[in-house]
Write a protein that binds this ligand. Structure first.
Ligand code: SF4
Length: 628
């Protein structure tokens, strides 16, 4: 609230608020107070200039110009607001349709919007005026529909930015349908910028409407708005210039009021009023590693690839990942930032959105092919059998909805429970993840929870169904050490009690090796080593990660071991082994040929031409360049 008062105290904010209040007050009271004066014909005072009796002069029927301008405020503002409402609603429908329709239809709608946006607004207004015909109604629709493409683009852009948030992914993975997702999770979070842009759009509508009336294709006699008064005043501009200037000034001031108020509100809530572009393209293939087939697998991934379009071609940040996860198994996925570990987690949950392209020779969850199963069927399966816990506990829940209701939505959707029963179940699950005073907490909003509690509530949301797999992406990064421990214990307990498999994605190899029985080490979009946590790592990268880990045996006097250099950017992965530039054992062969992930033990696979001997302890690894 303090921000709003501060904005009102600025010269622009104060002026905007005062001006808009004046315009709205005139719109309400002027016709009540001065309707008769504005319509009073005086044949003795036809076409007069300003005088004490008529401050702005009279028109060609002797009617007072000032009263007519004041009374015209209501119709001018009302029509502009109506046109804005039509534009915003049509734009919102067109902008959000692509997220509801199948992909070909969505592309069609998006292309139509893109084409419409390319036309100048004035041309669209005139085009629609011809279609809807001369008169007030036709002009309202013409101006409204001309505004719609810009709003459709804005809604598309805003929806796309919110659709990438963790809480939307969480809702999607819990099986919330597209319409519900849109109404409950996306629209409430793009409402503010839309309102701001609508306010600014109302100013533009006012100008457009006045233009149409001025041209004689808007409001028709005996009704009149500022545009019509402007047109009439222009006929006698040499006799009485004030008759043309007064409605013109009114249009400018009212338009200014809407625009300044919109800009002030945008400044307070931090909304950008501009639009940005997105551009889709096709994909190229990458490489493949041997899959490791296991019995009773919950998840089977073979040659998974994720590609993104870029202006210069395709970037493939996940390049042929293969692994399986068995029931009740805990595997850790480790690697530096940009290794593709989080993207792999999102891709197996089908949370990677277009224009990115996900392909795999095999991607099966609980025996169902994830990429080819119809969305409705898959939604039911993922909603009850797969849970996601994201890195940032602040963005994991929809900030506008109570925690209990967000959990209950899963039971309403998948178990068909009535609202009250679903809420009871949500409270029960919050209790199961040790949230104190669960019933009271269920009625609170996400910002009222601590970071650790939000993560536990996220696991509770996963437990609303009967999860076969929990994918936890850096779930402890934002938490302090004590809360980290509690959360990892909770995951371990859930796994033990329900035989739930866990994929723990982390950059912290120490946490992963303590929590999971198996590790996948990823580098530059590939799995470079797949090994039991207790085994001696043999890939130079895994060994370097281990060497850079602090433990109680680390010599505090020695320099901290680091891995020199940086991982390659996804669009600049070299030929041969991607780790060669940082590897102390690299040879010419490494720089020419990319090693496949080969089996070197019963449960151990390595992608390296020269895996380290088992006899060499990992902590003795010295990386090229030593400490930085
Ligand atoms: S293949 Fe060569 S460069 Fe790559 S990790 Fe092995 S030894 Fe190092």
């Amino acid at each position: 609230m303090a921000k709003w008062f501060a904005a009102l105290r600025t010269p622009v904010g104060g002026f905007a608020a005062a001006l808009l209040t004046l315009v709205l007050a005139l719109a309400v009271f002027a016709p009540i107070l001065w309707h008769d004066n504005a319509f009073a014909i005086d044949t003795n005072a036809i076409g007069q200039g300003p005088s004490a009796a008529h401050w702005l002069g009279t028109d060609d029927l002797g009617r007072d110009i000032l009263f007519r301008v004041l009374v015209a405020t209501r119709l001018s503002v009302l029509l502009a607001v109506l046109a804005t409402v039509i534009g915003v609603v049509t734009g919102l429908v067109l902008g959000t349709l692509p997220s509801l329709l199948p992909r070909p239809a969505a592309r069609l709608v998006t292309s139509a919007v893109n084409i419409a946006v390319a036309f100048p607004g004035l041309l669209l207004v005139l085009f629609f005026s011809v279609i809807f015909g001369v008169g007030t109604h036709g002009a309202v629709f013409a101006v409204g529909f001309a505004l719609a493409p810009a709003f459709a683009r804005l809604a598309q852009t805003l929806s796309a930015s919110v659709a990438g948030q963790d809480f939307v992914s969480a809702a999607r993975i819990s099986g919330v349908g597209r319409i519900r997702l849109l109404l409950r999770h996306i629209l409430p979070n793009i409402g503010e910028p839309l309102v701001v842009n609508a306010t600014i759009g109302a100013g533009a509508c006012l100008l457009a409407f006045s233009g149409l009336s001025f041209l004689g294709i808007g409001v028709q006699a005996p009704d009149y708005d500022w545009g019509r008064l402007l047109g009439e005043g222009l006929n006698g501009i040499y006799v009485n210039p004030a008759a043309a200037l007064a409605p013109g000034v009114a249009v400018v001031l009212a338009g200014l009021a809407f625009n300044l108020v919109g800009e002030t509100v945008a400044g307070v809530i931090g909304v950008r009023t501009g639009l940005r572009e997105l551009a889709p393209r096709p994909v190229t293939p990458a490489r493949e590693d041997a899959a490791d087939v296991r019995d009773d697998a919950v998840l089977v991934v073979e040659n998974l690839q994720v590609a993104f379009p870029r202006p210069a071609g395709w970037t493939v940040p996940v390049r042929g990942v293969s692994f399986t996860v068995r029931a009740g198994e805990a595997i850790g996925v480790v690697g530096e930032s940009g290794s593709g570990k989080s993207l792999t987690g999102l891709a197996v949950s089908r949370l990677v959105e277009s224009p990115a392209v996900v392909t795999a020779d095999k991607l099966e969850f609980a025996g169902k092919p994830v990429l080819t199963t119809p969305e409705r069927e898959l939604r039911g399966l993922l909603g009850t059998s797969l849970a996601m816990v994201f890195q940032d506990p602040m963005t994991s829940f929809n900030p506008t909805r109570r925690i209990g209701r967000q959990l209950a939505e899963v039971a309403e959707q998948h178990q068909g429970l009535p609202r009250a029963k679903a809420f009871e179940r949500a409270v029960d699950r919050l209790r199961a993840v040790r949230i104190p005073a669960a019933e009271r907490r269920a009625r609170q909003y996400p910002h009222e929870f601590s970071g650790g509690m939000r993560q536990r509530a996220m696991i509770g949301m996963g437990l609303m169904g009967d999860p076969k797999l929990i994918i936890a992406d850096e779930p402890t990064t934002a938490l302090d050490v004590t809360v980290q421990r509690q959360l990892l214990r909770l995951l371990a307990r859930t796994r033990a009690e329900r035989n739930t498999a866990i994929i723990l994605i982390s950059h912290d190899i120490a946490v992963v090796s303590q929590t999971c029985e198996r590790m996948l080490v990823m580098y530059a979009g590939r799995v470079v080593e797949d090994l039991p946590s207790a085994a001696t790592p043999r890939h130079p990268y895994t060994r370097a990660l281990m060497a850079a880990t602090l433990d109680l045996e680390t010599d505090r006097e020695a320099s901290l071991a680091v891995i020199p250099g940086r991982p390659p950017e996804p669009d600049r992965v070299p030929n041969g082994c991607a780790f060669a530039d940082r590897c102390p054992s690299a040879t010419d062969r490494c720089r020419l040929e990319d090693p496949a992930l080969e089996r070197v033990g019963a449960e151990h696979r390595v992608a390296c031409w020269y895996p380290a001997p088992l006899s060499q302890p990992a902590k003795e690894t010295v990386t090229a360049g030593g400490a930085e």
